[in-house]
Design a protein around this ligand. Structure first.
Ligand SMILES: [Zn+2]
Length: 169
């Protein structure tokens, strides 16, 4: 397909290129309109059933989540990974909890550990905390700019199977 000089979109499932007005991805067959009906709840069910191939990551907040909530959680509780728990990305959420725990340990035991370990252990913790703090900052930017990726799926059919009847608002 010729894409030069024409507006394109990136397929959220396979990363392939499609024209902006194309209804489905020429590479993997994903029907883009279906993503508007896909929910984060269905993705959560897919995770439980270990059907990762039926999950698509989208940047548009799905119908069963609220954008303002996502922003609020990220800014207020992003240190605890609330943005990941809210969007059902449990493993990332746990990573943030771990990061927060390390941060706490670092702060609480800072002085005594410095004496015992000659600063070696502190710099190790400091590195982890630093990386994790930057991740949190990036999350705030991504959420506010609408670039945070959220897993979605449909409850029964494959995303590229039969076109579901689209309900009008
Ligand atoms: Zn595709």
């Amino acid at each position: 397909m010729e894409f030069r000089g024409r507006q394109t979109q990136k397929c959220p499932r396979c990363g392939g290129k499609a024209l902006i007005n194309q209804y489905k991805c020429p590479d993997c067959g994903l029907i883009f309109a279906k993503l508007d009906m896909a929910t984060n709840k269905a993705a959560s069910q897919r995770y439980k059933n270990r059907e990762k191939s039926a999950i698509v990551f989208v940047k548009k907040v799905p119908i069963d989540l609220k954008r303002w909530k996502l922003i609020l959680y990220t800014v207020l509780f992003g240190l605890f990974g609330a943005q990941y728990f809210y969007t059902k990305r449990w493993w990332w959420g746990l990573c943030y909890i771990l990061g927060f725990t390390l941060l706490s340990v670092c702060v609480i035991f800072n002085a005594p550990l410095l004496n015992i370990w000659d600063g070696g252990l502190i710099s190790f913790f400091g590195l982890i905390v630093g990386v994790y703090g930057v991740c949190w900052m990036f999350d705030i930017f991504k959420v506010c700019l609408g670039k945070f990726k959220i897993p979605v799926s449909l409850p029964k059919n494959e995303l590229n199977a039969v076109i579901l009847s689209k309900e009008e608002d």
